[in-house]
Write a protein that binds this ligand. Structure first.
Ligand code: CA2
Length: 145
């Protein structure tokens, strides 16, 4: 069974609970539920994980390699704009990944315009709300299942 991994970085556990004007009203649990449904329909498996700690996300990326995950869908949160460790982990395991942002990072503060991951990503979705996660998963299934 083809495995995919959904990773969410710092503060994304607050989805649906704060700042709905920017990030919408869906909770992370709602998103996970929807994505798990989609993977099951295709007889695939989704491993989902959120952490506020950079090193835990790095560890999970290493685990993805051991589990033979075919594609990672990642919203690295604010680590997008700072983390060379996440970049090195993703390039180190050599698993294709799709970078997702709920908001349009190019329409916000200047410091959000730089991503340390985008140039090595399979693709990037930014500004399509939580629908971006579904679109990324559908693409991952289409390409890697
Ligand atoms: O638009 C995105 O998905 C971001 O990755 C979200 C990050 C932000 O630092 C990036 O620049 C863009 C922030 C995640 C914080 O999530 C919250 C959700 C609800 C309430 C408060 C924070």
């Amino acid at each position: 069974m083809t495995k995919f991994m959904l990773l969410n970085g710092p503060n994304l556990n607050l989805l649906g609970k704060r700042e709905p004007e920017i990030y919408g009203s869906n909770t992370l649990e709602d998103i996970e539920k929807k994505l798990i449904e989609l993977t099951k329909l295709e007889e695939c498996e989704l491993i989902s994980y959120q952490s506020n700690a950079e090193h835990e996300l790095v560890d999970k990326i290493h685990t993805a390699k051991e589990l033979d995950v075919k594609c990672i869908i990642i919203n690295p949160g604010a680590l997008t704009h700072s983390s060379i460790a996440l970049r090195d982990a993703l390039s180190g395991v050599n698993i294709p990944f799709i970078e997702v942002h709920i908001s349009n990072i190019y329409a916000r503060e200047d410091f959000r315009k730089k991503s340390f991951l985008s140039d090595i990503a399979e693709g990037v979705i930014s500004g399509l709300g939580v629908k971006g996660y579904e679109l990324a998963l559908l693409k991952a299934i289409d390409k890697f299942n």
